[in-house]
Ligand binder design. Structure first.
Ligand SMILES: Cc1cc2nc3c(=O)[nH]c(=O)nc-3n(C[C@H](O)[C@H](O)[C@H](O)COP(=O)(O)OP(=O)(O)OC[C@H]3O[C@@H](n4cnc5c(N)ncnc54)[C@H](O)[C@@H]3O)c2cc1C
Length: 289
């Protein structure tokens, strides 16, 4: 969507092919129960849309998939971005052609086009992992992939459900599926840990910052991950164990993912610093079935 916006500004003509039947990418495909962003919604917005804080209000800190999809559609409509998009069309082949001095592109819809530039906005997480469990062909029940969830809600009432994986999608969907299912078993290869989200309404001080958001957005632009946050310069073991525990506790209580990654310079690179944060809280014991 951003590429479409910028290329139009640059006066380029373009065709955009999308395999899905509508726009949204990640947020079009991932419709599983509980799907949400893991950074605050106010920070997960298009920077090219200058009036975003005025025109869009997230009802809660961490937006759900349906809200994000609504937001993306609102931005597309506002900037007339659907104009060049062709949905339900997968690019199957693209190669450079010297005679054309450009690419020849084919789609499964039968399009054959030539173009000078080819932008692969195909996503970093858009291909689901295949089912590669020996014997799975003998399973006669229903199989769902979080990243290819049906558009209609799936009713698990009275069913026995197995969830494979405890990454973000597993963690988000397990409690909601468990609330419906007769029984739910989680298959976990590698335990991971998760911090509490403390989701809820957006804090008043954050809303105040967004009233005139130019300073906030400028800080985001030069930040570590698009969220204004002063980078720490303190290594974990340069402070006392008591001080570390207090900071861990504060971050845990606030539930800000990026704050956790930014607690100490080496929390993500030094295993000792990482372990110092982790074992005080993890109660994630694998259960083998
Ligand atoms: C469940 C989930 C939660 C996430 N939460 C966050 C978050 O909180 N914060 C964050 O920063 N990131 C998050 N991400 C990462 C997310 O993928 C990116 O933030 C962002 O949406 C990626 O956008 P994209 O346009 O690069 O790719 P995508 O949104 O993946 O879009 C790529 C599109 O290309 C299409 N495509 C692929 N191949 C072809 C082809 N051959 N022909 C035609 N079309 C094709 C796909 O159908 C897809 O629609 C999350 C990802 C997932 C899966």
């Amino acid at each position: 969507m951003y590429a479409a916006y910028r290329l139009r500004l640059a006066g380029q003509s373009m065709r955009i092919f999308e395999a899905g039947d509508d726009l949204g990418g990640t947020w079009y495909w991932n419709r599983y129960p509980g799907a949400r962003v893991d950074i605050p919604g106010v920070d997960y917005m298009f920077s090219f849309d200058a009036d975003r804080s005025r025109d869009w209000r997230w009802p809660e800190k961490y937006a759900t998939q349906p809200e994000i999809l609504r937001y993306l559609n609102q931005v597309a409509d506002k900037h007339d971005l659907r104009h060049d998009m062709q949905f339900g069309t997968r690019v199957t082949r693209a190669h450079w052609d010297d005679t054309l001095s450009g690419y020849r592109v084919r789609t499964d819809y039968g399009d054959e086009i030539g173009c000078r530039y080819l932008v692969m906005a195909t996503g970093c997480l858009s291909v689901p992992k295949d089912l590669d469990i020996p014997g799975v062909e003998n399973f006669t029940g229903e199989v769902y992939f979080t990243s290819r969830w049906p558009h209609e809600p799936v009713d698990f009432t009275g069913k026995r459900v197995g969830v494979v994986g405890t990454g973000s999608s597993g963690i988000q969907s397990i409690p909601l599926i468990a609330a419906q299912a007769a029984q739910l078993v989680v298959f976990q290869r590698t335990p991971c840990f998760s911090i509490p989200a403390h989701n809820g309404p957006i804090a008043p001080d954050k809303l105040a910052q967004l009233l005139d958001d130019s300073a906030y957005r400028q800080a985001a632009k030069y930040s570590f991950a698009g969220v204004p946050l002063e980078r720490t310069i303190t290594p974990a073991f340069s402070v006392s164990a008591d001080e570390r525990r207090q900071r861990y506790e504060g971050a845990w209580q606030r539930g800000e993912l990026l704050e956790v990654l930014n607690l100490y310079t080496d929390v993500m690179s030094n295993p000792l610093a990482n372990n110092d944060f982790e074992p005080s809280r993890v109660s994630c014991t694998p259960r083998y079935v």
